[in-house]
Design a protein around this ligand. Sequence first.
Ligand SMILES: C[S@@+](CC[C@H](N)C(=O)[O-])C[C@H]1O[C@@H](n2cnc3c(N)ncnc32)[C@H](O)[C@@H]1O
Length: 386
Amino acid sequence: MKTTHKHYICNAAKMAAVADRSVSLVVTSPPYPMIEMWDEIFSRQDAKIEKALKKSEGLLAFELMHQVLDRVWKEVFRVLSPGGFACINIGDATRTLGDNFALYPNHARILNAAQALGFTALPCILWRKQTNAPNKFMGSGMLPAGAYVTLEHEYILILRKGGKREFTSPAAKENRRQSALFWEERNQWFSDIWIDLKGTRQAMGKQKNRTRSGAFPFELAYRLINMYSVKQDLVLDPFLGTGTTILAAMAAGRNCAGYEIDPTLLENFYDKCNNSLDQFSSVIQQRIDLHNEFVQGRLDAGKPIKYENTHYGFPVITNQEKEIVFSIPVSVEQQNDESMVVNYALPSKETSNVFAAATKTATVAGTSGVTSRMDGLLFPDFDKKR
Ligand SMILES: C[S@@+](CC[C@H](N)C(=O)[O-])C[C@H]1O[C@@H](n2cnc3c(N)ncnc32)[C@H](O)[C@@H]1O
């Protein structure tokens, strides 16, 4: 199997390289309106924004910033195929302009715009991002009634273009079964509050245009890609930033395209992808390890497991997990400045047997005390210097 990954340095308001109805999933996080670090990037796209901010016209600036994003949501609607999803990570903003402290509800404004474009809004995910900063409480301290609640969550909005996606041909159905999630992953990932994902390191090198990247964690993109697409689908991120969505798509065996307006963020991106190959394998290995731990815990608790995965031999809870198979990225080839191809291998029979043997030994010996580690996966920091 091969996948292709392209990144374009230009404004996503016009994604000329992406055909109508060619994308199965959009995973993205735009610059957040009314969060100061994004003022400049918005003002460069509409000079009226800077003026509104200078005059402390918060609601006008908020609306104009969203009009910049609206152009991209319109393009997202155009390129999505029927039944395709858009998962948008966005946080609301609080800000004082003049003497006025106020909430700017970004998630609500984007939902309204998306519905006006024709998207169906589906139940969304609250991503709980706790902060322990000592100055996190704002307002009048212990004295009623002038303190403000601290925002410690962001949203992942889930939108769909049209009705349910159809998988009609035998090959499409088989690919869907091979792309399935584990039962215990489904239970955790499809819950409406994610409490186990930490924010990611966002510090940037001195040569960059900003001090923080605004990157979301690898696992956020990786989960959403596994939840809402199948292998070899095309995933798009119109606000690509440091390229997290492309890395997650590579690890998950999906094709990906991304747009980014800031040319400094994706310098040496091929090296970053190429250096991440071992980490992609460890992401997959961890999913399998966690599954085996989960299975052992259930067996030890005397709960029988009915089915066996045909590729790895380990037990699975449902019939739908029998054909899950992970495609492991083994090499990345650079085609040109904006395009890469990833080659994949299936796990060798030997590796599969090791997984199966480990699970069976534990079952026979009745090892106890193994609990399922459902407190989130420990994904690598792809930006860490090696
Ligand atoms: C919140 S960051 C995305 C971070 C990304 N998810 C990551 O993990 O690195 C938003 C990105 O959108 C880019 N951006 C802003 N306006 C844009 C536009 N009109 N077209 C393309 N990119 C844009 C910004 O430069 C910024 O890097």
